[in-house]
Design a protein around this ligand. Sequence first.
Ligand SMILES: Cc1cc2nc3c(=O)[nH]c(=O)nc-3n(C[C@H](O)[C@H](O)[C@H](O)COP(=O)(O)OP(=O)(O)OC[C@H]3O[C@@H](n4cnc5c(N)ncnc54)[C@H](O)[C@@H]3O)c2cc1C
Ligand SMILES: *[C@@H]1O[C@H](CO)[C@@H](O)[C@H](O)[C@H]1NC(C)=O
Ligand SMILES: *[C@@H]1O[C@H](CO)[C@@H](O)[C@H](O)[C@H]1NC(C)=O
Ligand SMILES: *[C@@H]1O[C@H](CO)[C@@H](O)[C@H](O)[C@H]1NC(C)=O
Ligand SMILES: *[C@@H]1O[C@H](CO)[C@@H](O)[C@H](O)[C@H]1NC(C)=O
Ligand SMILES: *[C@@H]1O[C@H](CO)[C@@H](O)[C@H](O)[C@H]1NC(C)=O
Ligand SMILES: *[C@@H]1O[C@H](CO)[C@@H](O)[C@H](O)[C@H]1NC(C)=O
Length: 529
Amino acid sequence: MKVSICFIIFIISVSLAACDDSTLESFLQCLPTHVNSSNPIAKAIHKPSDPSFQSTLEAYVKNLRFLTPTTPKPLAIIAATHESHVQATVICAKSHGLQIRIRSGGHDFEGLSYTSKVPFIILDMFNFRKIVVQPYQEAAWVEAGATLGELYYQIANQSSIHAFPAGICPTVGTGGHFSGGGYGNLMRKFGLSVDNIDDARIVDANGRILDRRTMGEDLFWALRGGGGASFGVILSWRIKLVRIPEKVTVFRVGRTLEQGATDIVYRWQEVAPELDNDLFIRVMPTIANGTRKGEKTIQVLFIGMFLGKTDRLLPLINKSFPELGLQRKDCEEVSWIESTLFWAEFPKGTPIDVLLQRPNTTLFFSKGKSDYVKDVIPKSGLEAIWKSMLKVGRMFMQFNPYGGRMSELAETSSPFPHRAGYRFLILYSTDWEEKDGIDTEKQVNLLREMYDATAPYMTKEPREAFLNYRDLDIGSNPSNHTDFKTSKVYGLKYFKKNFFRLTEVKARVDPDNFFNHEQSIPPRYANHN
Ligand SMILES: Cc1cc2nc3c(=O)[nH]c(=O)nc-3n(C[C@H](O)[C@H](O)[C@H](O)COP(=O)(O)OP(=O)(O)OC[C@H]3O[C@@H](n4cnc5c(N)ncnc54)[C@H](O)[C@@H]3O)c2cc1C
Ligand SMILES: *[C@@H]1O[C@H](CO)[C@@H](O)[C@H](O)[C@H]1NC(C)=O
Ligand SMILES: *[C@@H]1O[C@H](CO)[C@@H](O)[C@H](O)[C@H]1NC(C)=O
Ligand SMILES: *[C@@H]1O[C@H](CO)[C@@H](O)[C@H](O)[C@H]1NC(C)=O
Ligand SMILES: *[C@@H]1O[C@H](CO)[C@@H](O)[C@H](O)[C@H]1NC(C)=O
Ligand SMILES: *[C@@H]1O[C@H](CO)[C@@H](O)[C@H](O)[C@H]1NC(C)=O
Ligand SMILES: *[C@@H]1O[C@H](CO)[C@@H](O)[C@H](O)[C@H]1NC(C)=O
């Protein structure tokens, strides 16, 4: 009813705002009728006229590219504090034809959790941050708005021999991170986050709360890597903890081009995916000052995580990767929780409470892209990549080695399809601050040009991409319409053939495509060829 009134007003071209106002009022009045009265929703609602609106919006905007005067703002933010608030938001938004954007940690590379080109509501999950660690069951329940830092802290608080394989940035939210795969420095030993999740609670498109048993294996499969925002609202995950030694070894060594970085990276490509599963060595090419004033060069950082002590690590490196020239003095033995601070680049000695901090502002503009590499890139290719980096200017890359546990799991075990046969995942990232006075469009285009130039070395047909490094350049829909042909383009890059199974699950659980965004899964792709 409301939808059609809205549409007529739109057609006779009265302002869109007028249409929104009445729809919004009616939506807001709908909410309390679906909420248990002992958990009132009034305080969870932030309207643009409320003083709390702007700070609530900004608190989880993690990329300044999506906090400009022209960035579309939500009609309202529902910062749910109770499960019934989530249910009410879904039910009322659906019945009013309003789009929702679900936000947990707000780290989406393209801001899809808090912007849209059509009128929308943010369903904000940051209050859902409970973590219950069950050390004797070697498991935990984690709510979707909890951050990785909070999860790591709580695991370490209960056990010194358990961990969870997930990402490196402590402020990333588990709602988006796990549903997009979730990888980190434990990947070669234990796989992705989604390979270690055994239950989830969600609110589906009908506003029902489901768990693994009641949602069925198909939907549970889809949530583990297919992106939550196409299927429902994740309330919480049940994760299986993994066992790690009380001490692990970390290192970070830098080699510039002048110090032979190209040869070492070349060799790294051959050995890194074949190394002992206890060893993960990330390569991070960065831009550094050259020897002559004003000159730039590339410095490649080799950042290591070893699930054991230095005495076992050194002979291993000496045997398989002596080119790195790793010395005992480069290595540090720490607890796993301390290693999470090392990887997040906190200064040595920072208390672990820092993992609980939630900075409510961000300083950075950024654009990221991803690639997968199956064949060793020749030295001439690496040299071309370094040149491209210098052209982009402010940027860094990360090469994350696969192999180990990643190669043991079938491509269809979860929607995440990049398993055996992949050498490494590449992240391209350009980041800058306001004071750098950089033109956003120009800078983003430089990264796009670099991506075009590196194509010969990457996976082809399709050129694959990692969902958690969301990139609208690889194909995207307008935000109010999922086009099948377009969705197949990005769908095959992110999911390969798993895309088709995702569309079937979607058709069963959300045939009306209520949960949709620029890169969501459409309800069944008609032509499976
Ligand atoms: C600095 C930085 C470091 C990163 N490091 C890593 C890394 O090491 N490993 C890795 O795998 N990834 C990494 N990422 C990518 C990160 O995992 C993804 O951006 C992830 O989607 C972020 O989750 P979020 O909850 O913080 O983001 P959000 O922006 O809140 O959400 C991301 C997507 O998930 C959806 N979503 C969020 N919450 C829910 C929910 N409760 N139910 C359903 N859908 C939901 C959103 O609608 C959106 O589509 C990094 C990103 C950044 C910015
Ligand atoms: C409302 O919530 C209270 C307390 O959380 C609970 O005891 C009660 O059963 C709920 N009522 C309904 C109808 O869900
Ligand atoms: C962030 O938090 C600080 C104090 O915790 C507060 O003073 C500031 O206004 C907040 N900023 C935003 C954008 O919410
Ligand atoms: C666990 O957390 C509690 C409360 O924050 C703290 O008092 C205690 O010292 C922590 N224990 C460990 C082993 O970290
Ligand atoms: C690089 O050089 C510039 C000046 O040319 C200087 O401001 C900057 O601090 C240097 N950076 C590093 C990491 O040394
Ligand atoms: C590395 O191995 C060689 C022989 O294979 C040995 O001579 C050398 O001492 C070893 N270096 C270290 C640091 O273990
Ligand atoms: C999507 O929104 C645009 C502008 O808001 C509108 O012109 C278009 O008709 C809409 N498309 C659909 C399929 O609703």
